[in-house]
Design a binder for this molecule. Sequence first.
Ligand code: FEO
Length: 499
Amino acid sequence: MNREITRRDFIKASAAGIAATSLLGTVGAFAEETPKNDDAFKGKKKFAGVKNCRAVTEDIIYVGVSDRRIQLFENVYPIPRGVAYNSYVLLDDKTVLFDTVDRSVTGQFFENLTAVLDGKKLDYLVVNHMEPDHSSAISEVLVRYPEAKVVCTKAASIILNQFFDCDISDRSVIVGEGNTLKVGKHTLTFVMAPMVHWPEVMMTYDDVSGVLFSADAFGSFGALNGNLFADEVNFEQDWLPDARRYYCNIVGKYGKQVQDVLAKAGGVNIRILCPTHGPVWRKNLGWILEKYNLWSSYTPEEKAVMVVYGSVYGGTESAANALAAKISQNGVANVSVYDVSKTHVSELIAEAFRCSHIVLASITYNMGIFTPMKNFLLDLEAHNLQNRCFSFIENGSWSPVSGKLMREIIDRLHNCSVEGKTVTIMSSPANKDTEALTTLAETVSKSVLGNSKPAKEVEAVALKKWVCKICGYVYEGDKVPDDYKCPICGAGASVFVGA
Ligand code: FEO
């Protein structure tokens, strides 16, 4: 099939209106467990054994695809365990597809979709997230299923056209916060989630199953290996590091927006989380929600120390190792040490979100910070890390300045403290440096073990929120300025209402 799709390929179909709007109802707390539902799926023999398809509920089928060939996610993040692009079909009076897949796996995806639809037409494609790892197959879906209408935010429709020259104005259903769509016995409710991870993101809640199609939220790096549900794998042992690395690097900058969505979710009876990457959550939802609460509030997951060093001839490495050993001897467990030149920065970012205390040890290089260390620190700043305790070791053979320069970057982070005095070594650690290293180790250890003042409490700044009625974008401030334009949909100040 020719995949070069142009505007002319799109068969015109009238856009459907949306059912009456209503805010997402408050119907209960998070369910801790949901029943296994594979039995219901097994009864539908026409689906059984078809490619990657598995039942999430009796009428929601997984049609996503895993990719183990990819080396770098977003051409940045190494993913040796691959990644899954999740997509789901709801079979009701109307058929609904939730998101699509990356262009690398469209062959398998259409096999899955064709098998699950089993000759039915597709009525709706819900686009929760427009990033191309989920939207690359939209153009082909629209050609293959000419009656399908696209349900998305206004911002998603704009970005779709930017990426794929794909004008859906004559077959789109533009939705905003709390809009609903009845597709039979199921009613879908749309929840705006701007900046989790892009501005156009929304989530979709199904009232019958309690499924929240959560876009990138609650996702993870890692291909699915037959097991679809998080309770079918040892998630904490085998998946948590990749889930943390995925969250911190992809969404970590937008903690406030994630907190906003978690607050909305807290009032909804969610039984199953269906993210666009990684396993589906149907048990112990509270566990992953708590992880997200910690990560998005920039609260350390553990009282733990990570030591990161940048070293050329081994002197700084030796000092970092000596400090780590002294901290360990003081009774601090699970100290971790990383060579900044050998560890991918995405791993370091994830560890920084996990640990409460971070020791930075760097040589002075071109009268600055060692380049990989500087890159790491600027990435920390870009990801908005907060509420951590930092300590420093600097090295220089004639004019050591890296400690001062590292601290200048750390001082720009919100609510981060500095523990102890910067240890300065000249080329390599000498006996005269032992006392300074021992003192710094004692200071860090006491802080970790709770005998020292923690970082000061996060200052709560309560800003009023104003929601764009068109696209759901949230403006924060005392008042929306008269000349303000929504950065997502371009609407003026008059369409913003107080949240
Ligand atoms: Fe998986 Fe933000 O895309």
